[in-house]
Write a protein that binds this ligand. Structure first.
Ligand code: ATP
Ligand code: MG
Length: 309
């Protein structure tokens, strides 16, 4: 039994390709597509695997694309528990225009989930006894906006630790119920507290407020190329991200969450946890396409962060 499970309500298949010169009306000759399993929690499970750990991925899947998603995860030896749905799993498309090196990301809406289907996802988490539950990503149509709050209630009752990485109303409801850890970026934190765009010096007091009101025990605010902050009721840490030649930031947030949770389960202190999370986030930016962090890059970047202190 793994100590970490992830839950992804809105999984997808990411189909990546490239083409030289995207133009309207013309037939665009693309390179052979690469298929990757995707969605917040699924990516966290995949990144944890890269780091040498294991996290059961719980997700709904349906139709021919659902079968394909299950196969892609089996190919990566990710332990899964999938809940069969009537509608088919969504497929996203990522196209790089090699002429200008610009990336176009087409995200499809998730299929409508039936009440009985999301309830089965909730029960799958409830019937598992992992200490850590990572809930990540958006909620597809049909799923109540307080789904993560329902998870929070289960986690509190069973003395488990819920980590939530989402945005908007879904995040607001989760925080209202109270969770173990949230990882908003600056934009997500700003809208959580009803602000347009917070300044960096406003993060700490706002996070402390959230913590004192029982919203979350730990708040990690990611700041892209600026690194991240970790705040609890007792401490505030800030870590700069190493300067790197980034290829894409796709998967940076998910890799960071994977690093944070993985190092917490290894019994590391929170200063190390933040450094490791930043190393994982930055490592993800070194890889093209939808690739997540590799262990080798993480270890190198972690040492670099440590030496800078
Ligand atoms: N340009 C960059 N250079 C170096 N590190 C980066 C860069 N962008 C992101 N990172 C790393 O990844 C972490 C998470 O990135 P970010 O704050 O962009 O998360 P996010 O907005 O949740 O991302 P996502 O779009 O994947 O959800 C950062 O804290 C940092 O460590
Ligand atoms: Mg994110």
């Amino acid at each position: 039994m793994s100590d970490i499970i992830t839950i992804t309500l809105n999984p997808c298949i990411d189909k990546s390709t490239s083409v030289s010169g995207i133009q309207p009306d013309k037939k665009l000759r693309c390179t052979p597509p690469v298929f990757d399993p995707g969605g917040g929690g699924i990516n966290v499970s995949r990144a944890i695997k890269n780091l040498g750990g294991e996290a059961l991925a719980i997700y709904p899947s349906g139709g021919y694309s659902g079968v394909f998603l299950n196969q892609l995860l089996a190919r990566e030896s990710i332990p899964v528990l999938n809940i069969q749905t009537k509608q088919h799993t969504r497929e996203n498309m990522i196209a790089v225009d090699t002429m200008c090196n610009q990336q176009y990301r087409f995200g499809m809406p998730g299929p409508l989930m039936e009440v009985e289907e999301w309830q089965r996802c909730l029960e799958a988490v409830e019937h598992n006894d992992s200490e850590y539950i990572v809930a990540s990503g958006s909620l597809p149509p049909g799923v109540p906006v307080d789904f993560y709050a329902k998870l929070a209630l289960i986690a509190k009752r069973d003395k488990r630790k819920l980590i939530v990485d989402t945005s908007g109303e879904a995040l607001r409801h989760a925080v209202k119920e109270g969770v173990y850890l949230i990882k908003p970026n600056l934009g997500e934190l700003s809208s959580l507290v009803g602000e347009n765009e917070l300044e960096t010096n406003e993060i700490e007091p706002i996070a402390k407020d959230l913590i004192l009101n029982g919203g979350s025990e730990i708040v990690v605010v990611s700041l892209g190329a600026q690194g991240a902050m970790l705040i609890t009721k007792d401490v505030t840490y800030k870590v700069d991200a190493p300067i790197v030649k980034r290829k894409t930031t796709v998967g940076a947030g998910d890799s960071m969450v994977a690093g944070i949770v993985f190092s917490i389960t290894q019994g590391e202190n929170l200063r190390h946890v933040l450094r490791y999370g930043v190393a994982c986030g930055t490592a993800a930016t070194l890889n093209a396409g939808t690739s997540l962090c590799s262990r080798q890059d993480v270890e190198r970047l972690y040492k670099q962060i440590q030496n800078e202190k």
